[in-house]
Design a protein. Structure first.
Length: 302
């Protein structure tokens, strides 16, 4: 029987609505053979997830998702898999990225206020922290602002909040400072992980040739994998990403990008289009990671 995995998910440590423990239990309940937790900009949920995965007996990959610089309206997200939750570089990077969010989020809220949506940063923080232990650090993102807008009756849905206000073409959009793609890849490598370009359709490249150029640049900067299966990918995108994986020697990976209630149409392990990821994707990723680990060990012994 084919087994399946989900290598791209979010928890309450960033903008998902399941705690790391709930996420692992849900993955177990739906029969997944393995799961990666890839919260935005933080590894704060990883230890809880590791402990629960051990408890229920499930393969677990500690991960992270980092936003990198890229021209609008595209977005470039780099996933890290097999990062070490204790790596000092990971914590340093997280701190920088959190500071840039803390600078941006109040700008968004102020603009929303000017546009007549009366929400406060306290309400946004309240949404982000309502399910986490008191004092725990969380990454506050636009989905929390969207939820605060829904609760205040300013919009009917999270989707509408993004369409009107928070999306890259919305009237209250502010970018945050990001790492360059090379910096993001290097940070992930320094933390012992493998770097994968997430949901390449969100780069919004003009055509396949443009996308190939970008992926080639990322591969030259050290990229290890490409997300082939994702909730935003139709069959044509899956075929295209598989071709790019082959061409640039990247490991094909995939996941749902599960966020719980914040992306209500995305189902854990299935995504939005019932695209499932076979366990071989995790096997190949792990194999690449082991090879690289050996390589790093060898070169540092010289
Ligand atoms: P941030 O990291 O604060 O910039 O927020 C980015 C997150 O917002 C993404 O990872 C998604 O979870 C979510 N997001 C971005 N665009 C949309 C959209 N159009 N609809 C719903 N969620 C979105
Ligand atoms: Zn998110
Ligand atoms: Fe993403
Ligand atoms: Fe994601």
């Amino acid at each position: 029987m084919t087994q399946f995995v989900d290598l791209h998910t979010h928890s309450t440590a960033s903008d998902g609505t399941y705690s790391p423990t709930e996420l692992i239990r849900a993955a177990k309940a739906c029969g997944l053979a393995g799961i990666a937790l890839t919260d935005h900009d933080t590894g704060n949920g990883l230890k809880e997830a590791v402990a629960e995965a051990e408890k229920v007996g499930m393969r677990f990959v500690p991960g992270i998702e980092i936003s990198a610089e890229f021209p609008l309206p595209g977005t470039l997200h780099i996933l890290g898999h097999f990062v070490d939750p204790d790596a000092p570089g990971l914590h340093r990077m997280s701190k920088i990225l959190l500071e840039s969010r803390n600078a941006r989020n109040p700008l968004i809220v102020r603009r929303l206020n000017e546009l007549g949506c009366k929400i406060t940063m306290e309400q946004v923080r309240g949404v982000a922290t309502e399910k986490v232990p008191v004092g725990a650090a969380v990454v506050v993102g636009r989905p929390h602002i969207a939820e605060a807008l829904v609760r205040a009756g300013c919009v009917a849905s999270i989707r509408q909040a993004f369409d009107v206000y928070l999306g890259t073409t919305g009237s209250a959009y502010f970018p945050k400072e990001r790492l360059t793609p090379r910096q993001a890849i290097e940070c992930i490598h320094e933390a012992g992980g493998l770097a994968t370009v997430a949901h390449p359709v969100q780069l919004r490249c003009e055509n396949a040739a443009h996308l190939a150029t970008i992926v080639n640049h990322l591969a030259e900067a050290g990229l290890d994998g490409i997300e082939v299966w994702h909730s935003d990918h139709n069959n044509r995108a899956v075929t295209l990403m598989l071709e790019l994986a082959e061409k640039y020697h990247l490991v094909p990976t995939g996941g749902s990008d599960f966020h719980g209630r914040h992306k209500a149409d995305v189902v854990l392990g299935h995504g939005r289009r019932n695209v499932k990821v076979a366990v071989e994707a995790l096997d190949r990723l792990e194999e690449r990671w082991r090879q690289r680990g050996k390589y790093v060990a060898k070169s540092s012994n010289r």
